[in-house]
Write a protein that binds this ligand. Structure first.
Ligand code: GAR
Length: 210
């Protein structure tokens, strides 16, 4: 099977991108290679991480586009130019429109910092997710890797991992544990499984062959 081109979409710090790069260095991304990192934010530290690892970078600044349709069109063109087989949202904070979701149906993954469908959808991103989980008083939180479709955080779930919430957790402490213990482990694993052709989608369910 041909090695797949993985394009990673970022907006911020890029610790999930780093987890993917580290996994790639350990040869844990089977049958795929990160060929390009595209950022919606020119100042994202994720771009430094990519450059430090000799990975091609592109900036598609969300602020240069008046609406999401124009931005989505530009992103789709960039993905096609990069010959992306898989697009991975790793802390990518822009919701792309249907045109991209359709063109990349079942070929676009996102990592979300909660156990979906709880604390997902528009407005739930970054620390806000952990704040909402703590306010609701859940005893478990975690992360989800799922396919991206036209419903925000609504695509088929590929993998989830849960951890206990501690009584004295703050949004920051919970975010840190969810990243370290869930996201950085799940995302590279899911990307590798995808590249190995081990994930199939049946309706809104994923079947994963381990
Ligand atoms: C991560 O926790 C990621 O799951 C979350 O933002 C953080 C980005 O961190 N994504 C979302 O909330 C998307 N809805 P990173 O830039 O260090 O990977």
């Amino acid at each position: 099977m041909r090695e797949l081109n993985i394009v990673v979409l970022v907006s911020g710090g890029g610790t999930n991108l780093q987890a993917l790069i580290d996994a790639q260095k350990r040869a844990e991304i089977k049958n795929g290679k990160i060929t390009c990192v595209i950022s919606s934010n020119p100042d994202a530290y994720a771009l430094v991480r990519a450059r430090d690892n000799n990975i091609k970078t592109r900036v598609l600044n969300r602020k240069d586009y008046i609406d999401i349709a124009g931005y989505s069109q530009a992103m789709l063109a960039a993905l096609q130019e990069e010959k992306a087989d898989l697009a991975v949202y790793a802390g990518f904070m822009t919701i792309l429109d249907e045109s991209v979701c359709k063109a990349y149906e079942n070929r676009m993954l996102n990592v979300h910092p909660s156990l979906l469908p709880s604390f997902g959808g528009k407005g739930f991103y970054g620390l806000r997710v952990h704040q909402a989980a703590l306010e609701r008083g859940v005893k478990l939180s975690g992360a989800t890797v799922h396919f991206v479709n036209e419903i925000c955080d609504g695509g088929a779930i590929i993998a989830q991992k849960a951890i206990p919430v501690e009584d004295n957790d703050t949004p920051e402490s919970l975010q840190k544990r969810v990243m370290e213990q869930c996201e950085w482990e799940l995302l590279p694993k899911a990307v590798s499984l995808f590249c190995e052709g081990k994930i199939s989608v049946r309706g809104n369910k994923c079947v994963v062959e381990f």
